[in-house]
Design a binder for this molecule. Structure first.
Ligand SMILES: Nc1nc2c(ncn2[C@@H]2O[C@H](COP(=O)(O)OP(=O)(O)OP(=O)(O)O)[C@@H](O)[C@H]2O)c(=O)[nH]1
Ligand SMILES: [Mg+2]
Length: 457
């Protein structure tokens, strides 16, 4: 924390520009040694930018740059920060960086700038984690969820719960210290009210994780079915690309094909698989094995059926297989354009009330199919876009632990346990919540989180 650190914040490789960032006590001093501009860096006003050159000790110019000076505490790290906009590319950025190191900076570790922002109290741990999520967001909605967390919406919710519980705990502690004012019954009531209030809020956050996780990590959707039912055609339709080979020969797809699509703002990892059937062809047979493996990792399954032949016994077996996975799925009946007889259509609908009827060739029913995917992602909640979402599995785990601990506190209070036992449970619940914001997070956890960052962030 005492050192001044420097790193390249932009992506490595040929580019128009690159940004080199430096943070720490000696940032201005070090920058001043290598920068020649109209005024010295030490005299430059804070939060301004100036044009100049980076020069070596031997007066060799390395690059023309723009230098931004930002004095603590109104900076990303809350320390003195210098940013140098130079030309992109390996050579120039490498030379400038080395020059900074020679003059007293040291290489920044992955995520170290953000870690300093956390340690210096500008953001909490959940906000720091959101920084990476913003960088890695796959769709507009994913990015919105990450930005909300970065702006502190989750922290705000958590702090509200934390404050309520802390006040209750303080109340109990007064009671324990001054037993002569015997308010125990009143305290138990207060604990119960507060625990219930906190649990309701926690439940809401925990429930948002199904959707939050999908926005952050994407949703794995696997298309399975017999050969020739139109699985690859569906992948091509949804990706709007001719990604997979489509022919009328059953057994066309031999390998697992994955593509990412954005459906209604939800990042979906779509997997097309080889048609499942008994086969003697060794290559196809490996494909079938891979299809069955792909099923296991699915968050959601699209079971493709041929509407002209949907009572095929092989489909029954496939359906059983899909149901045995315990994963949510939708049966999709394709090639409805060929089915003309209204009676047969009625029967199909009657016997398969959950089925989605489509024709890829004629583009019918596919809007219903997409809507089903979106509905699954939302879970049973509709308006999630304005809610604070939990997107991170680490957070969800701690929220559940806090919830369970409060449940135990309620049980203890209800069964006439003494106040000190109840206080213990409340403290444990607070510890769990503090691990999300970072107040009580162990150093190893904090280090592990920042080690996943990129250098220069
Ligand atoms: N009539 C009609 N034909 C379709 C429709 N969708 C796909 N097909 C045709 O069905 C045939 C098989 O399509 P594919 O997408 O290759 O089927 P698949 O399920 O990937 O087949 P495999 O890879 O062999 O398992 C092709 O000739 C498609 O043109 C549809 O909605 N209506
Ligand atoms: Mg195929």
């Amino acid at each position: 924390m005492e050192d001044t650190i420097a790193g390249v914040s932009t992506a490595v490789g040929n580019a128009g520009l690159a940004v080199i960032r430096m943070s720490g006590e000696k940032s201005f001093e070090i920058a001043d040694k290598v920068f020649r501009g109209k005024v010295s860096v030490l005299e430059q006003k804070s939060h301004t930018l100036q044009y100049g050159r980076i020069v070596t000790d031997d007066k060799e110019t390395i690059d023309e740059v723009l230098l931004t000076k930002m004095a603590a505490p109104k900076t990303y790290t809350r320390e003195n920060v210098v940013e140098i906009n130079c030309h992109g590319g390996y050579y120039v950025t490498g030379r400038i960086l080395r020059l900074l190191f020679e003059n007293g900076a040291r290489p920044a570790e992955p995520g170290e700038f953000t870690k300093r922002a956390f340690i210096n109290g500008r953001i909490d741990l959940s906000q720091a984690e959101a920084v990476m999520d913003v960088i890695q967001a796959k769709t507009g909605k994913s990015s919105r969820a990450a930005l909300n967390q970065l702006e502190g919406k989750l922290s705000f919710e958590l702090n509200d719960i934390i404050t309520g519980l802390t006040n209750t705990l303080a109340h109990i502690e007064v009671d324990l210290d001054y037993p002569e004012y015997d308010h125990e019954e009143f305290s138990i009531k207060k604990v119960e009210d507060e625990a219930r209030r906190a649990m309701a809020k926690l439940k809401n956050l925990i429930n948002s994780f199904h959707y939050g996780k999908i926005l952050r990590e994407g949703m794995d959707v696997v298309i399975v079915g017999r050969p020739n039912t139109g699985k690859s055609s569906l992948l091509n339709y949804l990706t709007r690309k001719n990604r997979a080979i489509v022919t009328d020969i059953p057994g066309t797809t031999r390998d697992v094909i994955e593509e990412t699509v954005n459906i209604g703002g939800i990042p979906i990892k779509l997997t097309d698989t080889a048609g499942v059937r008994e086969t003697r062809d060794p290559v196809e047979s490996i494909g079938v094995t891979r299809s069955l493996e792909a099923l296991k990792k699915a968050d959601y399954i699209i079971l493709m059926l041929d509407a002209t032949d949907w009572q095929n016994p092989e489909d029954k077996r496939l359906l059983e297989l899909v149901e045995s996975q315990g994963t949510d799925y939708m049966p999709v009946f394709n090639k409805m354009d060929i089915v003309k007889d209204p009676e047969r259509i009625d029967e199909l609908k009657r016997l398969n009330p959950d089925g989605v009827l489509i024709s890829i060739t004629e583009d019918t029913g596919l809007d219903v199919l997409e809507k089903r995917l979106i509905d699954f992602a939302h879970g049973n909640k509709m308006d999630l876009d304005n809610q604070v979402l939990v997107t991170n599995a680490r957070h969800e785990r701690q929220l559940r632990l806090a919830y369970d601990t409060l449940d135990a506190a309620l049980a203890a209070a209800g069964s006439g346990m003494t106040l000190d036992i109840v206080a213990l449970e409340l403290r444990t619940a607070l510890d769990h919540l503090g691990r999300i914001t970072g107040q009580t997070a162990e150093e190893e956890i904090v280090n592990a989180i920042f080690s996943r960052f990129c250098i220069g962030k």
